[in-house]
Design a binder for this molecule. Sequence first.
Ligand SMILES: [Zn+2]
Ligand SMILES: [Zn+2]
Length: 160
Amino acid sequence: MHTAHCQHDDHEHPGLTGPALRRALGVAERRCAEDQERLTPPRRRVLELLLEADAPLKAYDLIAAFGQAGEAAKPPTVYRALEFLERMGFAHRIESLNAYVPCRLDGEEHQAAFLICDCCGAAQEFEPDFTAQLAAASAVGYEVQTVTLEARGLCPACRA
Ligand SMILES: [Zn+2]
Ligand SMILES: [Zn+2]
């Protein structure tokens, strides 16, 4: 799902398909079971759409693509599923794009930071190190709840 103006076609598509997609959904299902949660069909479907995509998806993309036979979802169904996926750490919201990506890092709670390509729209997650910033905040008496780091630029394929 590249933006129309991107002329670069040698991207590695990080979207999952086939066995890799089924494996990722299986991992999510097991983590839900461990936490006494359920990956209900709508939650599973939204996660599947995020995993298949090669760029961040907006809520209305998810609503439009929700039905297997092309029918749209009721918006609250998708918003509730996104809320769940974010809470479980299966998906992140990229604030500057108002769009969602599946979590690409394993593990429990983590801060997510993103490298966003302004040409093709791809977003790559990396684990930021906010140690210095958090220490500076605490030195002036702040208790930080979240930090957002979204770096904009060109991905390797679009730079080439
Ligand atoms: Zn993540
Ligand atoms: Zn790019």
